[in-house]
Design a protein. Sequence first.
Length: 209
Amino acid sequence: MFIKEGKTDWNLLLIAAVLAVIAGAGVFDFTGDITEQIASLSDFPKIKGPEKVVKDETAGWKIYRNQEYDFEIKYPDDWNYGPNILRSAKEPHMVFCPSELIDLESDRGCKWYTQTTGFTDTLSPILLFVEDWNKFKGNTKEEKKNIAWCKFEEKKTINNIEMEFIDCDGQKRAYWEDPAGAYLYKFFLKNSEFSTEFSQMLSTFRFLK
């Protein structure tokens, strides 16, 4: 093409070389542009999928709130609570019971029973006690808890409250103090059938201050 009758056509060869340079530069620019665009795409934040919503299983539950001792705890919507008639009325000694154990015929809130020996006890599966440390015998708080015959399981912090979990012959208990250290809180599970409610209720306990 560029050789005519044994002679090189330098004009055409020069023009072809110039066109080749121009075309090459265009391809380079196009390739560089594509590379930059691909790189820019990697700078975008990763698109996150929808976060898993944790269902609040205690939503809609009732709240037992005690302003004098500055605490509250939730209990199931179809449950009831009442006083522990075996304890002093000064501190909160509460029993919590499901619908089938609610006492509709008295002001006790939950049903109680009397054994043949004359001893009265509650049918409620969950109990909450608040007691003054000074009421207990013993020189140390561990002695005052009177749980030497129980088995320690673990310590766990719930709602910024350090709780001590104990097993007393199959009866689950949780112990903790109020912020001022004046009172001992005791949470009892008497019937393992209600272990779920016991854990859920405990997770809602909080001090108001």
